[in-house]
Structure formats: C-alpha cells, structure tokens
Design a protein around this ligand. Structure first.
Ligand code: ASP
Ligand code: MG
Length: 411
C-alpha cells in the first residue's frame, strides 16, 4: 500500500471552499488505496497578519511569544481540514507539532527539526485515519515551548514528516503546477520541467526561485525524499503530475542549463583601495558575520601596484544600511579609501548540472548580455551555476536573454 505525504500551501487552504477542494485531493488518493498524512500551511495572509500583530504589540517582542502567536495559523487550518474531511465521512484528526512531537532546536522563529517520532501517526493509518498536521511548528524539549521553522517552513515540515513516516512520495501542492525554467510572470516562454535534480532545485531555491523553502529542498536531498511540486488548483479528479525532484540518474535527457533564477533583493558594496595585506578580508567580513549579515558574492581585485586592492561583495537589500554602517564604523581598522554602495542591483543566475561536463557555458551568457548592452558588475561561479550582478533595471531583459540562449524557451 502506498503511503503519501500531501502538503498544501496557504493559497490552497485560503478559505473553506479551497479546503473542501484540498479534501477532494485527499479523497482521490484515499480511494486509490493510499495511507495519507497531510501537512498544511496557515490560510493565505494569516502568518503575515500575526507577524504584524506581534510587532504592533511591542517591537521588542520575545521571540518565543512570537512563535506562540504565529504557530496558531497552522493550528487553525489543520483543524478545519480535519473537520471538512470528517464531514465527508473520512476519519481524520489534526496534529500540532508538540503532539507528534516534531522536536526542534530552541532557536525561536528559526528552529531546526532534530527529530520526529512518526509512530503514532503510522499506527492510526491501520484504522484508516488521515493525519492532518500543522506545518511550520515544532516543540523544543528543553524549554517545553512551541517553536516555528522560519517563513515558508511548512515545506520543511512536510519533507521531514515524509522521511519520518517513510512515505513513498511527498507531494507539495501549491498555486503553480510545477517548477519552471524561470518565473513565467517574467518570461512567458518559460516551460514547466517534468524533472529537476535535488542539486538544481536547491540552487534555484537559494538563488531566488520561491517554489519551496531552501531548507526543505536540502532535507529532501539528504533524505532522498521523492518530491513532487504540483498544483492544488487542478481538477482533483484529474490532476497533472507536476515536477518531480529527483536524483540525477533519474533524468534521461539532461540539458546543460535547466533554469534561470533571479533576485532583485540584492545590494552591492565596494571598498576602494583596501590595504593588500593578510587579515583584511577577515577585518571586513567578521563584523558582518557577527551581526548576522549574510554576504553573498565576493570579488577581490588584485591592483597593479599590489599595495591596495578593491573588494566588492553583495548583501541582501534588507541588510544594506546595517552593513554600510558597520563598515563605516570599522573604517580605521580595515583601512580603505572609499565605500561605494548600490542598492538597485539584481543577481541573475543560470543553473544546470550539465555545467559540470560542458565548457564555455558562462562565456555564452557574457557575450549575449554584452550584445544587449548589459554591464556585468560582478560574477561568481560554482560547479553547477553562475551568477551575474547587474543593474536592476535590466533584470527582465537579462533573464529573457539567458533563457533564450540556453534553449529554454518553449517553442
Ligand atoms: N505559514 C508560514 C509562513 O507563511 C509557513 C508556511 O506557509 O510555510 O511562512
Ligand atoms: Mg510556502
């Protein structure tokens, strides 16, 4: 008998009508003979609303109370789905994180799952009961408190639960019908992928594609959870399969480039004439790390006089002002002549495991971008991706250009 984990995002449970639709998807799989655990997000917009209420109550709120508040969204949708299922004559019960339990670290608002005991859920499959589990939340055993997994965390709940109950499949139902070669709102010729590797999906998620939480993809990769991204808006009687996230071996025709990701959420900082001596990079980046600021692309230029150098790097736009302030404060220690910053930049990336075995993939992009008059501010590469930093105004043009040259446009 197949065992399934079905996860439904916020838009899929946005109201009772939508929840009824979710229940029809569940019924279809039940009728086909599967054992089913469902993970739900909070109803669309609910978490934002709860986050806003915390800030309104007191901007310096205790993060553990924030967790107590925001975890409630999932409690509601899980209970409602269980009620709807029961109303259809399907045995179901809701589970909150602490009841299973889904054990996490103590980091309020950003907890990580450390263990799940799936035994009680599996036990009830024998009685034909559907388990409806509140995503996003867990329990910290040391302090006995409710935790949440960071925004978008119910994807991670789903994948972790799929692994814990040894599900044959984890279906992530969302408002799109799969993973696309790029954002279809930007490139109308974007194609849905039938399959994508864990590695590529991880890069896409990290580089700005918003389909699944990054951590959930990482977990699927580590635990080898067979994961589908599919649409909850399909006819429940006749749904499409969506995109399978899988091992490289399971992909027959591998393209060199699989997808183009982009993020407008970037800011560039350049330090001019930094002393070219050991310890300088540490003096720049340690204080940023200590402030919890994530640094992404880092480019150092070797200057011709070898006495000074230029260092360029990016941070997310939300951290831009803070990063500049820290660097200005440390100007004397670091020893640089000028700090230049640009907030209106974007990062465009091409991803594909085929890059491992093909040369000149990035060069093609540099040529195409230059022909469109797009200046590249910084470049980074790794085994299966490269990224360029450009002026934000050219984001769409750059994405469309790369999508076309790598043969991703739908015919
Ligand atoms: N409701 C939470 C959020 O909006 C978790 C999730 O939807 O995955 O971030
Ligand atoms: Mg989500």
């Amino acid at each position: 008998m197949a065992r399934l984990l079905m996860k439904f995002g916020g838009t899929s449970v946005a109201g009772i009508d939508r929840i009824r639709n979710v229940a029809r998807h569940v019924k279809r799989e039940l009728d086909a003979g599967a054992e089913i655990a469902v993970v739900v997000s909070a109803m669309a917009g609910k978490t934002d609303e709860l986050v806003g209420l915390c800030a309104e109550a007191w901007p310096h709120y205790d993060p553990r109370e924030y967790d107590a508040v925001v975890a409630s969204g999932e409690q509601v949708s899980a209970g409602l789905l269980a009620i709807v299922l029961q109303g259809m004559g399907i045995p179901a019960r809701s589970w909150q994180g602490w009841q299973i339990p889904i054990v996490t670290t103590a980091a309020a608002g950003a907890a990580r799952i450390t263990g799940i005991d799936g035994a009680r859920i599996v036990e009830r499959f024998a009685h034909g009961e559907v388990a409806v589990i509140a995503g996003f939340q867990g329990l910290n055993k040391e302090n006995g408190r409710v935790t949440t997994l960071g925004r978008g965390g119910s994807d991670t709940s789903a994948v972790a639960l799929a692994a814990a109950i040894k599900a044959d499949r984890c279906d992530i139902y969302t408002d799109v019908d799969g993973v696309y070669t790029t954002d279809p709102r930007v490139v109308t010729k974007a194609r849905r992928l039938d399959r994508v590797t864990y590695e590529e999906m991880l890069e896409m998620a990290s580089l700005g594609a918003k389909v699944m939480q990054v951590r959930s993809v990482e977990l699927a990769m580590i635990k080898r959870v067979k994961t589908f991204v599919r649409s909850s808006f399909d006819d429940p009687e006749n749904p499409r399969p969506g995109t399978l996230i899988c091992d490289e071996e399971d992909i027959v025709e591998q393209q060199v480039v699989t997808g183009i990701a982009f993020s407008r959420d970037e800011a560039q900082i350049t330090l001019r004439r930094v002393a070219d001596r050991p310890g300088v990079a540490a003096a720049i980046f340690m204080p940023l790390a200590e402030a919890g600021i994530n640094v992404d692309m880092i480019v150092q230029v070797a200057s011709d006089d070898t006495v000074t150098t230029d260092i360029t790097f990016t941070v997310s736009s939300g951290d831009f002002d803070r990063a500049k302030a820290i660097l200005e404060k440390n100007k004397a220690q670091v020893g640089y002549a000028a700090l230049q910053g640009a907030g209106d930049v974007a990062k465009v990336s091409a991803i594909g495991i085929g890059m491992r075995s093909h040369a000149g993939v990035a060069a093609l992009a540099f040529k195409a971008l230059s022909e469109k008059g797009i200046n590249i501010r910084a470049i980074t590469t790794s085994e299966i991706k490269f990224s360029v930093l450009i002026d934000a105004a050219y984001t769409e043009l750059a994405v469309r250009t790369l999508h076309a040259i790598y043969g991703l446009d739908k015919s």
